[in-house]
Design a protein around this ligand. Sequence first.
Ligand SMILES: [Zn+2]
Ligand SMILES: [Zn+2]
Ligand SMILES: [Zn+2]
Length: 435
Amino acid sequence: MVKLLIAGVLVFLSCGTAATKSGSKLTRTQALVKTLHVDPPEKGKSRYAYVSFAVPPNTLRISISYNYDHANGANALDIGLFDSRATERAGDVNGFRGWSGGRRAEFFVARETATPGYVPGEIRPGSWRIILGLYRVVPAGVDVNFKIDEEIDESKTTRLAAPAETNPVSLGIPVSLTSGLALREQTSLAPAKVFPRWVSGDLHLHTVHSDGDWTIPELVTAAKAAGLDFICITDHNTYSHHAEIAQVNDLLVLRGEEITTYGGHANAWGLPRDAMLDFRVQPGDNPGISRVVAQAHSRGALISINHPFALCPGCDWSYGEDGFDAIEVWNGTWDNADERALSLWDRLLQNGRHLTAVASSDSHRPASPVGQAATHVAIDQALTTATVLRSIRARLSDQHCPGVQTYVYSKEVWRTEDLRHWRCDHSFALTWTAI
Ligand SMILES: [Zn+2]
Ligand SMILES: [Zn+2]
Ligand SMILES: [Zn+2]
């Protein structure tokens, strides 16, 4: 399919250059135009197409726009970018430079700045690739037009200084495992408290770094106003929000990613800075999703199945549950999809699969309030990413840890005002925020 699609490039031409003076630099902008014909993806085949383009030395900035006939929503094509370090290896996200899904018609990357969702850094010369995600395509297919502007520094003929490295995105470096889980410690944000104590957080949130409207400062302000102790920002298929999270010092913010495939979504919580997981898994590809789970664990993160019965196309879960730490049984406003997720969790528990149930808002903007719903977690030490993850992950057999209780019978009253009516084998350690 990919070969077929690349062969479908109809036009490739340099439509001229324009020299300008930018600050102290003499720059030249080179424009490339391409058209790609995309056919609907065949069942079981790749849902991604790539368009390569050459980046010359001394390029300062790359701006890309694309357009196509949306056919009243019948066509929907996502977009992202890889630089010259990218490989064809499954699960390898080296060279990843960003993803905006269907949110933006244009974006740019430069050494110091980039459109939210994209990663600034060195503009390496070589062959770069636009990635196109085939979310929906009409049977006749659709032509997609790309315009690529490359701003080149003409005042340099050779490189004068070693360039700064783009933040590494390599995967597969195992973090040493202790107590069954590798967890990175963060500076405690909480004053000394008596333990165990309850904290509440929202583990599923989006910002302008993907398809949300929240800026990170706005989101932090809203989370504090809602009385939350922590949040996890889980933008779709990117890590461009990580650098900004590092600037937050008045709320515990976990680094996350919503791994957004066309066969369901999963949240990774507690990723190391600038790490991400490859989202290019075909619907129903269980070995592919197992690779994502293993990558999450190797980076010290937890991974959760999100909204398994969501109604939007490709949002419902098409994979197995092996290896997952948690399942989101409550996403935003309670509805029938949550009811079904709750039943799935119950079935998993009764089959001895001890996933932790979580509740989140999946808020993208203020219309969907942060913390509605939220997950309450008991922590036994200072509030850090590590203690939150440890409690979410904790099993009943761990007598000492008062972490999240997963042996709960979902038939009992559980989303009433008094949430302490959960029936548990042990003292409960997981509750939900009443909304
Ligand atoms: Zn979204
Ligand atoms: Zn989702
Ligand atoms: Zn989401």
